[in-house]
Design a binder for this molecule. Sequence first.
Ligand SMILES: Cc1ncc(COP(=O)(O)O)c(C=O)c1O
Length: 388
Amino acid sequence: MPKPISTKLSRVSYSAIRRLFEIARQRPEVLDLGIGEPDITTPIHVVESAKKALDQGYTKYSPNPGFPELRQAIAEKLRRENGINADPTREIVVTVGGACAIHFALLAILEPGEEVIIPDPGFVTYAPCTLLAGGKPVYAPVKEENEFRFKAEDVEPLITEKTKCMMLNSPQNPTGGVQTKKDLEEIANLAEAYDLYVISDEVYEKLLYDGAQHHSIASLPGMFERTITVNSFSKTYAMTGWRLGYLVAPEHIASEVVKIQQNTIACPPSFAQIAAIDALKGSHQHVDDMVKRYDQNRRIIVDRLNKLGVVRCVPPKGAFYAFPNISGLRMSSAEFAEQLLEEKGVAVVPGAAFGQRGEGYVRMCFAQQKAVVEEAVERICEFVEEHS
Ligand SMILES: Cc1ncc(COP(=O)(O)O)c(C=O)c1O
């Protein structure tokens, strides 16, 4: 018998979302409100740019933190849209998706045993990445009565001497919650008072409804020094399969992330980086179109579900997820998702996949064609009526 392998993954489980993804892929008749990605393909000018880049020989390694031209374009975007002034040569690192940026940020800042306060429910990789980096996840509730915002008053009681960092995500996966500027100021005050870092995951920044606005915490006074801002091309440019994201951090952190990058992935794909420059500089019409369509889908889901009475759905203000409360149905979120798939051929994700406080909810991704959402919602309503 060979020696046992590392136990550090024993507390990490496979993603429940990936499992659903596989089922939905094998059953094309399933109406898929499971996996979280835009329904459109990458805008054509970005695809053409990548093809041209391949023809021009962008098939080799790039500098470890990414091509300088892309980092420059990101710096301009950050200044223009986010109020963040970052030096592209020292404070921006292009990564393999936002997921990699989150992982590398945690590896760079954590000592063994240090605590990271993460939203519960929250994006599935925060806790596993904290554990892989030797840290300890501490779960802060994001509450339905607060429209699923990450509130300083829910975070402060959890801060200990070991707390190193707060994980912020607005607009939020899985709830669609959006932090107000005041929420961010209160989180910033905590960060300063207790000397904490903030990792601010802003990958859904462009997907906003009902007049909600996105603010970057790194733009608040004194916060750049203690914030790692994470962003991605995946959602805004429908580039989930290209694996391209970035992080923005003060030099003492960004330089350590470059070391991790040098010794792991080397660099993100070169031709994809060239196309990303054109994504940032080109037309954003597709974003307006997506937001308009997803807003319609969002209203269909919220209105129909709330009419049922037994299900309660807070209107999400951002991202492309609804997070209805199904606790009136006397079944767990996993039972709801499994039986809905079995009986009605609709895929949703159990809220418990996003943390203990996600139990009693399910996540429905409405980044879909309107007809798919309409049909899926009808079937969900039938299902709820049959089980209540
Ligand atoms: C909140 C959040 N952050 C980060 C990511 C990672 O995205 P990617 O690695 O594709 O950039 C996702 C993907 O679903 C997400 O929902």
